[in-house]
Design a binder for this molecule. Structure first.
Ligand code: NAD
Length: 274
């Protein structure tokens, strides 16, 4: 399967009148979710701070000839006004039926020197914004005459943790709690689930390799082989499109009974050890 190989699903709700709101759509997994949603015919509203990345996502959707339209919205998810404007733009584009909270960032530092501003920013983008967006769109999902869904990007770091990533670890456990909370308040009129993976080949991961090497006093190759793939029964990092396909599967009618749980695709990282 190539990087642009979307899972195409037969679902009556996958059409241009229905909107999939995706955060982090300018890069990595969020961009891949936007592409796979557009490949399945949905209208996609993608929010991100990175304007040029959003433009590139738009070009990719057009270039690949996908049936769904993509609308990029520049928004800083740490700002409540931006988050609410993003939800409003999605509402203007059609019936909000799916929300994928994907945007994220990382900061690597030991707990004694972990900066408060970085802790707050990670929390704002990865927990508070998913809460704000969920709160904004739940009425849309309940009003639609079909069962829409909210999907949150979690991680193996929402199950177990590595050192020097306290904000990220706390955020990923938090987003799983948000998912469960949404499921608890759904009443057959919408669903919520999360997606967890080990390391995926995206800028977020590639960019943190040198700092992780420095922190641990090991080489860049050792970070990939021992830290990222060391606990995985795999030889390759996962591709963004493989993660995105899980979001679309979870949104589809094939996952009609998926609610509150986590789709963990981690090559055995959490369940096995050497
Ligand atoms: P990425 O860096 O490629 O993409 C993240 C996107 O989030 C970027 O486009 C960035 O601009 C956007 N973003 C960051 N701060 C923002 C803000 N304040 N407002 C709006 N947008 C903002 O990273 P990725 O690897 O695709 O990560 C996406 C998600 O997947 C994150 O939640 C991450 O924690 C999670 N995840 C990644 C991996 C991995 O190995 N790459 C594994 C598990 C989970």
């Amino acid at each position: 399967m190539g990087p642009d190989d979307p899972l195409l699903l037969d679902d009556d709700r996958f059409h241009g009148g229905n909107v999939c709101l995706v955060t982090g759509a300018a890069s990595g997994i969020g961009r891949a979710v936007a592409l796979v949603a557009a490949a399945n015919g949905l209208t996609v509203v993608g929010g991100d701070v990175d304007e040029s990345g959003l433009a590139e996502t738009s070009e990719r959707v057009d270039g690949l000839g996908f049936p769904g339209q993509f609308h990029g919205v520049v928004a800083d998810l740490a700002e409540q006004d931006d988050v609410e404007r993003l939800a409003e733009r999605a509402r203007e584009a059609g019936t909000i039926t799916y929300l994928a909270n994907v945007a994220g960032l990382q900061h690597v530092a030991p707990i004694e020197s972990f900066p408060t501003e970085q802790f707050d920013r990670l929390h704002d983008v990865m927990v508070r914004a998913p809460f704000l967006l969920s709160r904004a769109v739940v009425p849309d999902l309940r009003a639609a005459d079909h069962c829409g869904a909210i999907a949150n990007m979690a991680s193996v770091h929402g199950h177990y943790v590595t050192s020097d990533k306290v904000a990220y670890n706390v955020a990923k456990f938090g987003v799983r709690g948000l998912t469960n909370s949404l499921a608890a308040e759904s009443d057959g009129d919408f669903r919520a689930f999360s997606v967890s993976t080990g390391y995926v080949k995206t800028p977020l991961v590639v960019d943190q390799i040198p700092e992780t090497a420095r922190q641990r006093g090991i080489s860049v190759d050792e970070v990939v082989e021992d830290v990222m793939l060391g606990q995985a029964r795999a030889t390759e990092l996962m591709e963004p499109v493989e993660v995105a396909n899980q979001f679309l599967y979870g949104f589809s009618e094939h996952a009609a009974h998926l609610n509150g749980t986590d789709l963990r695709h981690d090559d055995g990282m959490v369940d096995t050890y050497e």
